[in-house]
Design a protein around this ligand. Structure first.
Ligand code: URA
Length: 265
């Protein structure tokens, strides 16, 4: 196996974090090897693109408009209508349907995925394709179903050809997701996959580092931090059967926490 294929495999298996913060100069004799500061990446390099986007601090005009339109929505129905009429994201023009949400807004539990695939685009409902069927089985394994939670996505329109959404698309869609969360006021969030987890929690950590424990999300418009559990995305689990063990641990953590919540009501 060549080096590139081996690296790709490691990435697929979830090894998305380097152990050392800085590269090691391996040209030096073993005893004298030390970490060397790397030159700053060019702004257009993939490494630079993994840093928090500068636009996160200074919103671009489409992001500012998304923030204003989302903030003006006083109900979930108004938010859905505002999103349907929003023309600041090019994905809306190529998608068949807006994929907004499915499930029970009063359940207290909100699940956030990445974005619609082909089946979701066709039906207008989140998580109805292969990953959705796995998600349903995962929920079922801890006694939950679509009436026990509300399911939505960070990106409400399918990117053409199922490509990954760009940073700009994430930034323009995020205000709508945050407003959706603020209007629904769930007691707990589950963030499916790295993209949703990073968008809501900030930072650039990989999902394998984030999963396995509750974090606190700051949602504009909510009076207190919201507990959020990052989990492996079902699409990732379909490709990496070995990761199901971690997913099962997270599901049990979710079940235990929901049970504990019930005793406090
Ligand atoms: N993957 C997602 O993240 N969301 C969906 O709705 C479907 C697949």
């Amino acid at each position: 196996m060549d080096a590139l294929a081996s690296l790709r495999l490691q990435l697929e298996w979830g090894a998305d974090e380097a152990l050392a913060a800085l590269p090691i100069d391996r040209t030096l004799p073993a005893g004298r090897r030390r970490e060397v500061p790397a030159p700053a990446p060019a702004a257009s390099s993939p490494v630079a693109r993994r840093q928090p986007a500068p636009a996160a601090q200074t919103p671009t005009p489409p992001v500012r408009r998304a923030q204003e339109v989302a903030a003006a929505a006083e109900s979930v129905d108004a938010l859905r209508a505002a999103l349907a009429g929003f023309d600041g994201c090019a994905l809306a023009a190529t998608a068949t349907n807006l994929v907004f949400a499915d499930g029970n807004p009063s359940s207290g539990l909100m699940l956030v995925g990445e974005g619609p695939g082909e089946e979701e685009d066709r039906t207008g409902l989140p998580f109805v394709g292969r990953s959705g069927q796995l998600l349903d089985r995962m929920l079922g394994s801890i006694g939950l179903d679509r009436q026990s939670c509300l399911i939505t996505n960070l990106i409400p329109w399918r990117p053409p050809g199922n490509r990954n959404p760009t940073d700009a698309e994430v930034l323009v869609c995020l205000p709508f997701l945050l407003r959706h969360i603020a209007l629904v006021r769930p007691r707990r969030l589950v963030l499916l996959g790295a993209l949703a987890a990073r968008a809501v929690l900030g930072g650039s950590a990989g999902i394998t580092r984030l999963r396995g424990r509750w974090h606190e999300a700051t949602i504009p418009g909510l009076p207190a931090k919201l507990p959020a559990l990052p989990m492996l995305h079902p699409a990732y689990l379909l490709r990496n059967a070995g990761a199901k063990r971690d997913a099962w641990a997270d599901l049990r953590l979710l079940r235990r926490t929901l049970d504990a919540d019930l005793t406090q009501v």
